[in-house]
Design a protein around this ligand. Structure first.
Ligand SMILES: Nc1ncnc2c1ncn2[C@@H]1O[C@H](COP(=O)(O)OP(=O)(O)O)[C@@H](O)[C@H]1O
Ligand SMILES: [Mg+2]
Length: 1028
């Protein structure tokens, strides 16, 4: 820390005041505190002592992050903090088994109690989280709200001022876990129960109870909500409470539950608190020389709440019984005495209740652990107080602070100087004000103020505060730190009234009013009231007012003496432990954040002896560090020690200092530490270090970046390889599987191939399937699209697909045909029908058939005939027939075979022959009369119409030569109802034809070399010659 913060010392001051230039310059010291305060740095060190300036507002410096930051570190390496100091003490406790104590001092409102709470909190957080100690921790933490409710009050200076001294021991087991605790309380300011100065309140608990309890409890306790109603609560006239009482009430009740107060206890506690409030309302009236109770009802309520008899209580208020030489004498009280008795009871009950609470807390914190315990004490005790009117309480408090200052001197200033001696450093003692003389003034046996006060208290006769003052004046007249009106010189006397005395405390002058000193010291509660209390049925009251008390012969010690005794015990406790100091400073008197009042701080700096502290720390040597620490930090400044130095640290440090050019004037070598005389020297070293650090940082950065890049590269490489490995594996597995599959397929294929001709079986099933598949695929690509030669074009099929192939072939052909047929026009269909008919009639039977196939049949031959036969067509139509066919032919007479040119016409009913020239009808044969048609199987055009002999008109069969005999015959047979039996085809040879009157002619059909027919008449036959 310290060295780290050296960097920005201008902005936020130095974190250790020993680094300031001039240890005598108070202004610079305070300025440093102020700079830091402005930057919210409320903590500063003077060596190991922590200075804390109250920020009066919550700073974000106590969270978990801070708890972690300070855990187990070297406290000088981190910024000053109460956690740092605590951690250091806690570490020593754990590691060296040494009891510790943390002494927190400072004025009221300077932040002591808060500091003590942070300490406790840090310990709870830093210690191991073991189930068995969690409850202890919780109880330790929760004891605070309870104690604060009953022992703290709102004052002018502090909204939560501790009105009692508190020393708390936390007990640790061998592991450093808190296992228990013990609290010692010191001198509760009980006068506050009955009286509060302007701006002050009574103890918190009264207000908390009134604000927080529910209606029914309030009624049961016979209370009213408003605190203004109660005499004991309204004297300070505080209008705005510094805390939320109702909320706090709940916090306190929760805490009570945690630390182990039973329901009964809590009920009784609040009954007692209520009873005290009612006590303040009791009034008396004068009756002659004596007094009478005015408010009997209230006495009844009090008695009821305290569990005692109202009569007895009434009586006790009005009487006083004194035991003198074994006899009891009771006498009535005056009005003033009654009021005194009433208040005394209130104070006594509250005070004892408070002590009982502490006892109860201690029972609850009692460790359950038998082993050796180490202790950490935290002392949070009231700070030095200077009020306008200072009374007995301030006297005690300030005395306490004198004692603590003494302890501080003993342990800090003295020990500092001892360190030099121990380290063998030549040393001249520094002067500091030793306040032992004031402690003696107060506590010295027989001569001190307390002794004198006690003496006066016990003196027979009528001692008063004034007789006490006289006595002190007599005895202390020469004491340099004591002053009174009587002893003062004229100039000072003005500032003192006759009922005052003044002590010159180490922290300043305080003027005390003697009024009430004796009473308070006597701390008297009349026997009658004590007796009344001992009869209570309440458990708590029975405990705090034990009956045995009445029988005690010996007078109890006075309040001051008791306090002195307990303080001295405390000093012993503290002396036996390793101390750490927190010096609290409040920056202003108004509980305000951000205000740093130089005068007020200056005053505290003075009386806390901080400058002396600093001077001793600094005298000659501003800075010291163990050799190891110093070497570790600055070894980079010298090539011989960087990066490693193997020799002894001391030697290493010396080498560095020499290297930097320093000599005996600048530093000294102690036994374990180096002592540097001036802060400037350290700063120079530090600056050099910062410079060096920058260089090193950039070097380290470069190397580190390189390493990081390489690391990143290696990481990526590793990842890539990793991924690659998996992918390779994946691919390899996949390929292997593929190969295996493939080899199986190939093997199966070969097996299938070998068994391809066997009956279908498992071995060839797949193969055949494949073959079929292949065939079908091939087929789909190569289907023939013609009907002719369809079978031949159909691809060959393997045996396995043969059946399917055959079926498919058939189906396909049909399909083509079907498609073809569907696509035919009516005319073409007709044409084909005729061709088919011709096929049936002539295929293989007539030589010219093949040649005729490729020519379409026509209706008229040659074409021009049609133009000529208009008449014939008309006649046919007129006789109700339809012209089917006409062609030019040659007709041979039946006698002499003379050729004549004729037109052959076919209607749906008859065949006609007309003269080709004049178109006269020559013959008409009704189709139904036609007996037959004869042709040859040769290439000739001979065509013989067989006529019925009974039709004389026809004069026998008609012989014609028709150039397109196939066409003509087909047309005729088609028209004659396709009666194929009409046709007769004859081979070459002789064919007869009938003539009228049963006669016959012969037609000779001959094959000859010379082509085509010639009609020759020879032996009366018609000769037909044909070359084919
Ligand atoms: N470290 C702190 N952070 C924030 N506020 C603080 C701190 N210390 C003290 N205070 C404020 O100052 C008030 C008085 O502190 P306290 O510890 O009660 O004083 P002391 O015990 O010295 O009389 C607290 O109630 C709180 O408001
Ligand atoms: Mg306090």
């Amino acid at each position: 820390m310290m060295e780290n913060a050296l960097e920005d010392r201008d902005a936020v001051g130095v974190s250790d005041a020993v680094l300031l230039d001039d240890p005598n310059d108070t202004a610079a010291f305070i300025e440093n505190l102020r700079k830091r305060f402005r930057g919210d740095l409320i903590y500063t060190y003077i060596g190991p002592v922590l200075i804390s300036v109250n920020p009066y507002r919550n700073l974000p410096i106590y969270g978990l992050d801070y708890e972690k930051k300070y855990y187990n570190v070297n406290f000088i390496e981190v910024a000053p903090h109460v956690y740092g100091l605590t951690d250091n003490a806690y570490k020593q406790l754990r590691e060296e088994n040494r009891d510790q104590c943390i002494l927190i001092s400072g004025e009221s409102g300077s932040g002591k109690t808060e500091a003590s709470k942070w300490i406790l909190r840090y310990i709870a957080a830093a210690s191991k989280h073991i189930a068995s100690v969690e409850t202890t921790k919780e109880k330790l933490l929760q004891s605070n709200p309870v104690l604060e409710a009953f022992g703290n009050a709102q004052t002018n200076r502090n909204d939560n001022s501790s009105r009692f001294g508190k020393y708390m021991d936390i007990e640790f087991d061998f592991r450093g876990s808190p296992v228990g605790g013990h609290i010692i309380n010191y001198l509760l300011e009980k006068s506050r129960v009955i009286y509060q100065a302007k701006g002050d309140r009574n103890f918190h608990i009264f207000y908390q109870m009134l604000a927080g309890v529910d209606e029914s409890t309030l009624t049961k306790l016979k209370l009213q909500r408003s605190p203004v109603k109660y005499h004991y609560l309204n004297q300070g006239e505080v209008r705005t409470p510094g805390q939320d009482d109702a909320k706090q009430y709940q916090v306190v009740r929760d805490a009570m539950n945690t630390v182990g107060f039973g329901e009964d206890d809590q009920e009784e506690i609040f009954q007692i608190i209520a009873a005290i409030l009612h006590l303040g309302q009791i009034d008396f009236k004068h009756e002659g020389n004596y007094a009478k109770v005015l408010s009997h009802d209230i006495v009844k309520i009090v008695a009821q709440l305290l569990g005692c008899s109202p009569d007895k209580l009434s009586k006790a208020f009005l009487h006083r019984t004194i035991e003198a030489r074994g006899e009891f004498v009771t006498s009535p009280l005056t009005y003033e005495q009654c009021m005194y008795a009433r208040d005394a009871l209130a104070k006594a009950v509250y005070d004892r209740l408070f002590t009982w609470l502490v006892t109860k807390l201690n029972q609850s914190l009692e460790p359950d652990y038998d082993g050796k315990k180490t202790l950490m004490g935290i002392l949070d005790i009231y700070g030095f107080e200077i009020f306008e009117k200072n009374s007995f309480e301030q006297f005690c408090i300030n005395y306490c602070n004198e004692k603590l200052q003494q302890l501080f001197i003993e342990l800090t200033l003295k020990s500092e100087q001892e360190e030099y001696r121990k380290e063998g450093i030549q040393w001249e003692d520094v002067d500091y004000f030793n306040n032992k003389v004031i402690c003696d003034l107060v506590e010295e046996k027989h001569k001190g103020i307390i002794a004198l006060m006690d003496e006066e208290c016990l003196r027979p006769g009528d001692p008063t505060d004034f007789t006490m003052l006289e006595k002190m004046d007599r005895s202390l007249s020469t004491h340099p730190h004591y002053l009174s009106h009587k002893l003062a010189n004229t100039s000072v006397r003005k500032s003192l009234t006759r009922d005052e005395f003044r002590l010159l405390h180490y922290a300043g002058e305080v003027t005390y009013k003697v009024h009430g000193f004796l009473d308070k010291n006597n701390d008297l509660l009349f026997r009658d009231l004590r007796e009344a209390m001992t009869t209570s049925k309440q458990k708590i009251l029975q405990t705090i007012f034990p009956a045995s008390e009445l029988n005690q012969k010996k007078r109890p010690a006075t309040a001051a003496t008791q306090f002195k005794t307990s303080l001295n015990q405390l000093m012993e406790i503290l002396m036996s432990k390793e101390p750490s100091y927190i010096r609290c400073i409040k920056p202003n008197d108004f509980k305000k954040a951000g205000v740093f009042d130089l005068e007020i701080v200056g005053h505290q700096v003075k009386y806390l002896g901080l400058m002396e502290n600093l001077r001793v720390r600094r005298a000659g040597f501003a800075y010291r560090r163990p050799y190891e620490t110093f070497l570790l930090r600055y070894k980079s400044l010298c090539p011989q020690t960087w990066p490693h130095y193997d020799g002894p640290a001391e030697r290493g440090v010396e080498i560095i200092m020499k290297h930097l050019g320093y000599n005996q004037d600048h530093f000294r070598m102690g036994k374990t530490k180096i002592f540097i005389r001036h802060a400037q020297t350290l700063f120079a070293i530090e600056d050099a270090f910062q410079e060096r650090k920058k260089q090193l940082v950039s070097k380290i950065k470069a190397i580190w970046r390189g390493r990081r890049q390489r690391k990143e590269y290696l990481r990526m490489r590793f990842q890539v390889i990793f991924v690659q490995k998996y992918i390779k594996r994946f691919l390899a597995v996949r390929q292997f599987k593929k190969r295996k599959w493939a080899s199986n397929v190939v093997r199966d294929f070969i097996k299938g191939f070998m068994a391809r001709n066997a009956d279908p079986c498992e071995a060839n099933a797949k193969f055949l399937q494949f073959v079929r598949y292949r065939f079908l695929m091939k087929l789909s690509q190569s289907l023939p699209n013609v009907i002719l030669r369809h079978d031949r074009l159909w691809p060959d099929s393997p045996p396995a697909a043969r059946a399917a192939s055959t079926l498919l072939c058939k189906m396909h052909r049909r399909q083509i045909v079907r498609k073809y047929v569907r696509g035919l026009s009516a005319e073409r269909k007709r044409q084909l029908e005729m061709k088919y008919l011709a096929h049936e009639l002539f295929k293989g039977k007539k030589a010219t058939y093949e040649a005729s196939v490729r020519n379409y049949f026509v209706d008229c031959r040659p074409d021009d005939v049609r133009n000529r036969i208009g008449m014939i067509e008309t006649n046919i139509k007129n006789s109700g027939e339809r012209l089917v066919y006409c062609t030019a032919v040659t007709k041979y007479d039946r006698h002499g075979y003379k050729p004549r040119e004729r037109i052959l016409t076919v209607s749906n009913a008859a065949v006609y022959l007309h003269d080709a020239k004049d178109m006269k009808l020559k013959h008409k044969i009704f189709l139904n009369e036609l007996k037959g048609i004869t042709i040859t199987n040769m290439g000739d055009g001979l065509l013989v119409f067989r006529t019925p002999p009974e039709n004389k008109q026809l004069k026998g069969d008609l012989i014609v030569n028709c150039p397109h005999v196939i066409e003509a015959v087909t047309k005729i047979i088609d028209t004659a109802a396709q009666n194929k039996s009409l046709l007769t085809i004859v081979p070459p040879g002789e064919v007869q034809h009938h003539l009228n009157g049963g006669k016959q002619g012969i037609i000779e059909i001959k094959k000859s070399d010379t082509d085509i027919t010639a009609i020759a008449k020879k032996n009366g036959h018609l000769i037909v010659m044909t070359s084919c």
